[in-house]
Write a protein that binds this ligand. Structure first.
Ligand code: NAX
Length: 328
């Protein structure tokens, strides 16, 4: 077998971390035959809990797991790493203004970006899960000037998968019958889950549903606000589904997307579809050879244009806010 690939997970003692680590160690992140060395980063107060998870990982006797190390120092945690999953973030608490939230996250993603710049492997791929994910990715990216900008991505795969799940329920088909769903913009309630190009068993999803009111008034808000629904019903925020989406994102980034379909990921814009260059925005994307490509040439109708523009405007405002705070 090949030598182990180092994978760093931040927020390793959190609820997403707990769901994610076992999926990675079982070989689902990179492929069953790729040995993985896990590097867990936590804040000092949570290091012991992360060490507890490391004990359990040992107890799974996963054939692909080459070892687990726990750190509270980002420089050490990202040393030699090829995949960085940035999950730990500062959540918005009651009474917190947006500026405070961005500032607190700047305190996390600036040093992590710098540590990635300092010591990660040349093939480093970064996925930011911790919210506000797109803008946290921008902060980390701007502190890693020696890493190609396109290696910094943020997660909208959970939104993409949520959209697939809702369409499968509506149409009474397995998820595997669906393709070409897309999420555009920010991983926030402003996101645009787009079914205009979606296909079910070779036919148009929009035609099969034939109910624009359902799309606009039920489907889109349901997907965009699914996180709040999960909190309401489950009594805690999405964890296993978020971990599953993170695994899907990295798996497709490394191993490619299936022929004839695409997925969704927030990647640095090259100006496609009028999204200002450099914004880390969600697009329909394919992956080949370890690189994401924005799907080109899609027709954007008036309804879609307005939704995309609104979410992208929000991303622009977040970028302005972190610029003013000196975080990028
Ligand atoms: P938890 O609060 O359970 O865990 C977060 C962990 O991060 C804690 O153990 C904390 O000690 C650690 N942490 C904080 N600062 C750190 C630092 N500087 N370095 C390393 N670790 C640090 O949250 P959890 O439910 O796991 O969610 C994690 C993040 O994912 C949140 O920001 C959440 O908003 C975000 N989500 C993003 C989603 C997406 O689709 N992009 C969906 C799910 C989730 O809501």
């Amino acid at each position: 077998t090949s030598s182990p690939v180092s994978v760093t997970v931040t927020g390793a003692a959190g609820q997403i971390g707990y769901a994610l680590l076992f999926r990675i160690a079982s070989g689902q992140l990179l492929g069953a035959d790729v040995p993985v060395r896990l590097r867990l980063l936590e804040i000092p107060q949570a290091v012991r809990a992360a060490e507890g998870t490391a004990l359990e990982l040992t107890d799974c006797a996963f054939p692909a797991l080459a070892g687990v190390d726990v750190f509270d120092d980002p420089i050490k945690a990202f040393e030699g790493t090829s995949v960085a999953l940035l999950v730990g973030a500062r959540p918005r608490t009651k009474g917190m203004e947006r500026g405070d939230l961005l500032e607190a996250n700047g305190g996390i993603f600036k040093p992590q970006g710098a540590a990635i710049n300092a010591g990660a492997a040349d093939d480093i791929k970064v996925l930011v899960v911790g919210n506000p994910a797109n803008t946290n990715a921008l902060i980390a990216q701007s502190h890693a000037p020696d890493v190609p900008a396109e290696r910094f991505t943020a997660m909208t795969r959970l939104d993409h998968n949520r959209a697939l799940g809702q369409l499968a329920l509506k149409l009474g088909v397995p998820v595997s019958s669906l393709s070409k769903v897309a999420i555009w913009g920010n991983h926030s309630a402003s996101q645009y889950p787009d079914i205009t190009h979606a296909v079910v068993d070779g036919k148009s999803v929009a035609e099969a549903i034939n109910d624009q009111a359902w799309v606009a008034d039920e489907f889109i808000p349901r997907v965009a606000k699914r996180g709040a629904e999960i909190i309401d019903v489950r009594g805690a925020s999405s964890a296993a589904s978020a971990a599953s989406a993170a695994v899907d994102h990295v798996y497709n980034w490394v191993n490619g997307t299936p022929e004839g379909d695409w997925t969704s990921a927030a990647i640095p814009s090259d100006g496609s579809y009028g999204v200002p260059e450099g914004l880390i925005s969600s697009f329909p994307v394919t992956s080949a050879g370890g690189k994401w490509e924005i799907v080109q040439g899609l027709e954007v109708d008036e309804f879609s244009r307005a939704r995309i523009d609104a979410s992208v405007a929000e991303l622009g405002e977040e970028r302005e806010a972190v610029r003013k705070l000196g975080l990028i």
